[in-house]
Design a protein around this ligand. Sequence first.
Ligand code: FES
Length: 167
Amino acid sequence: AMAKVSFEVNGRRQSLEVDTRTTLLDALREHLKLTGSKKGCDQGQCGACTVIVDGRRINSCLSLAVMHEGDRITTVEGLGTPDKLHPMQAAFVRHDGYQCGYCTPGQICSAVSVLEEIRAGIPSHVSADLTAAPALTAAEMRERMSGNICRCGAYSNIIEAMADVAG
Ligand code: FES
């Protein structure tokens, strides 16, 4: 069945009519031609499709477009532009946080969200004490980035880029 859905993408209101089975990733890529978000596995295992929805990162391949009525969605295209990179994008360039670049949009959306999660005190299981405020450590960042796979193996440079932005 077809259904209408309206949401905001990178600050712009979008109204679509989609098959109800359409994932958010396909709506972004195929309907809105925002091809920054990548499809690696299409089943929630690689993180290439990561976008930020109302401040939280999700795998857009695991979410149906029609579930996002009224949501505020940010893709990599909404973080920075070629002329004015987001600080995380600039840090990935400085630290060689990629090789082929396919996973990079998802890595960057995740990295931006991870620093916000840590600053907001959202716990992870890096510390045995789940009530302890998380710290901006490499271990904490590695754990939280574990859903974003990089087949080129740029992991250590990605963490360096994140640490640079975190200050
Ligand atoms: Fe969504 Fe791999 S394409 S997690």
